[in-house]
Design a protein around this ligand. Structure first.
Ligand code: SF4
Length: 403
C-alpha cells in the first residue's frame, strides 16, 4: 500500500480522538544551531469547525486493533480498510510536514497490536527517533497504551510533551459493557504512575523533563446512558487524583455496523460544548461539579451556558456589589471572565466601578446587569422577574434555508 493511501486511512481513523491540544509545554528552541523547529511562540491552536485541534499531524500508527470496543471504528470486528505505518514512515512524514510548515508537531496514537508492550515500543520508537536522531524540537503528544510496562511509560515521558490515556467512558459499568477488554484499574494505574513521574521531574530541577505539558484524557459523550452529572463527577475525580491537564469530551459518532447497545444517533453537539464550559467552571471558577448541574437534573441545560443557568437557580446570592464582593463571588457573575474580574478588582482600588468601566472591559452588560450592583446601577426588580430566563437565554437562531 502506498504512503498516501496509508496516510488517508490512518489520519481518518485518528479523527475521533479529541485529546490533541498543545498548550502548556515547556519551550524547546533551536537557537543553539542544533535541531529543527521550535515550540517557542510557535505552537498555535488551530481548530477545525467542529472544535478539534488541527495544528498537529494527527495519525494512528495502525488502525488494526486486537480489542473490540463497541464504540470504536477501529475495533477488531469493524469492517474498515486497515493500514500500518512503520516507525520510519511516521518519522519521515513528521519531518517532511514540519519542514513545509504544515504542522507544529505530532499527535500519535495506535490500535493495540500483538501486545500492549509491543505497540507502546513502536510508539516510543517514533518519538525517540525524532528527538535523538533528528533533534526534533516540535511538539509531541503520545497516546499511551494502559497495560504497557512502566519502563515504556517512563521512556515515553522523556520524549513527549504530553502523554494521554483515554478513560473513554465515565463509569466502570459502561466500560465493562462497551469495552470489556479494557481494564479501568490499569488505566488509572498508568495515570497514577504518570502523575508521580511528572511531579518528580517538576520537583527536581536537574531531573530530565518528563511530559512537561502534563497528561490528558478523553471521554466519549453519548455512547452510554451516563448523564452530565456523572461525567463531570468523573472529570473532577480525574483532575483531583491524577492532576490531569485536560479532560476532553468527544460527542459519540455513530459508526458503521454498530452494536445494538449503542444509540443510533449522536448526542447534540452542543452537549459537548456545554460540558467544556462546565469543565472550565470547575477548573478556573471554583465550581463544584454537583453545583453545575441542577439538583434533580442529570444533564446540563442545552439552551444556555452553565454559569448563567447556575446564577438563575441561585438568585438569592445576587445582586453582588462589584465594588465590595470577593473575587470568588465575582467569578460567579454571568458574563464576568477571569480577566475582567482581575481588572475590576484593580480598578476599584482607585475609584468606584461604574457601568461604563464594565463596558470598557467588554463585559456583556445585558447578561451581567440583573446580577450586579455598581456605582450607577441597581437591578431592582429585574432579578426577581419570572421571565428573566427567557430574557437572558440566547435567542434560537433560524437555520438558513437550503437552496
Ligand atoms: S483499544 Fe482503542 S483502538 Fe482498540 S478498539 Fe478499543 S478504543 Fe479502539
Amino acid at each position: 500500500m502506498d504512503l498516501r493511501r496509508k496516510l488517508s486511512i490512518l489520519a481518518d481513523a485518528a479523527k475521533y480522538d479529541a485529546s490533541c491540544a498543545s498548550s502548556g509545554t515547556t519551550r524547546r528552541d533551536s537557537l543553539s544551531g542544533r535541531g529543527i523547529g521550535s515550540t517557542e511562540g510557535a505552537i498555535c491552536h488551530s481548530y477545525a469547525p467542529d472544535g478539534r485541534c488541527i495544528s498537529l499531524l494527527k495519525i494512528l500508527l495502525t488502525n488494526a486493533c486486537a480489542f473490540d470496543c463497541l464504540y470504536c471504528v477501529n475495533r477488531s470486528s469493524s469492517n474498515v480498510p486497515r493500514a500500518r505505518f512503520t516507525v520510519a514512515e511516521v518519522v519521515d512524514l513528521t519531518l517532511d510536514f514540519y519542514r513545509r510548515n504544515y504542522i507544529e508537531g505530532l499527535f500519535l496514537s495506535s490500535g493495540i497490536i500483538r501486545s500492549p508492550d509491543y505497540t507502546m515500543e513502536q510508539v516510543v520508537a517514533v518519538a525517540r527517533t525524532l528527538r535523538t536522531e533528528h533533534a526534533f524540537r516540535g511538539y509531541i503528544h503520545l497516546k499511551t497504551i494502559p497495560d504497557a510496562s512502566p519502563e515504556l511509560l517512563a521512556e515515553a515521558g522523556l520524549y513527549a510533551d504530553r502523554l494521554s490515556i483515554n478513560i473513554e467512558l465515565p463509569s466502570e459499568t459502561s466500560l465493562k459493557t462497551l469495552a470489556p477488554e479494557k481494564d479501568v484499574r490499569a488505566i488509572r494505574r498508568s495515570m497514577g504512575r504518570m502523575r508521580a513521574r511528572i511531579e518528580e521531574a517538576q520537583a527536581e530541577k536537574r531531573a530530565p523533563a518528563f511530559a512537561p505539558a502534563g497528561q490528558s484524557t478523553q471521554m466519549i459523550v453519548g455512547a452510554d446512558g451516563m448523564d452530565d452529572r456523572t461525567i463531570l463527577a468523573t472529570s473532577a475525580n480525574l483532575y483531583g487524583a491524577y492532576r490531569l491537564k485536560r479532560v476532553y469530551y468527544s460527542a459519540f459518532s455513530p459508526i458503521p455496523d454498530a452494536s445494538r447497545l449503542l444509540p443510533p444517533e449522536p448526542p447534540p453537539l452542543v452537549r459537548e460544548h456545554r460540558l467544556y464550559q462546565a469543565d472550565w467552571l470547575m477548573r478556573f471558577y471554583g465550581f463544584e461539579p454537583k453545583e453545575i448541574v441542577a439538583e434533580g437534573e442529570g444533564n446540563l441545560a442545552l439552551h444556555m451556558d452553565p454559569k448563567l443557568a447556575w446564577a438563575l437557580r441561585n438568585r438569592a446570592r445576587f445582586p453582588l456589589d462589584v465594588n465590595r464582593a470577593e473575587k470568588g463571588e465575582l467569578l460567579r457573575v454571568p458574563g464576568f471572565g477571569r480577566t475582567a474580574v482581575e481588572r475590576i478588582i484593580a480598578a476599584r482600588r482607585v475609584r468606584a466601578v461604574r457601568l461604563e468601566d464594565l463596558t470598557r472591559l467588554k463585559v456583556p452588560l445585558a447578561k451581567a446587569m440583573p446580577f450586579i450592583v455598581c456605582a450607577d446601577h441597581r437591578p431592582g426588580a429585574l432579578l426577581d422577574r419570572t421571565d428573566l430566563e427567557v430574557r437572558l437565554a440566547p435567542k434560537p437562531r433560524q437555520l438558513e434555508l437550503a437552496l
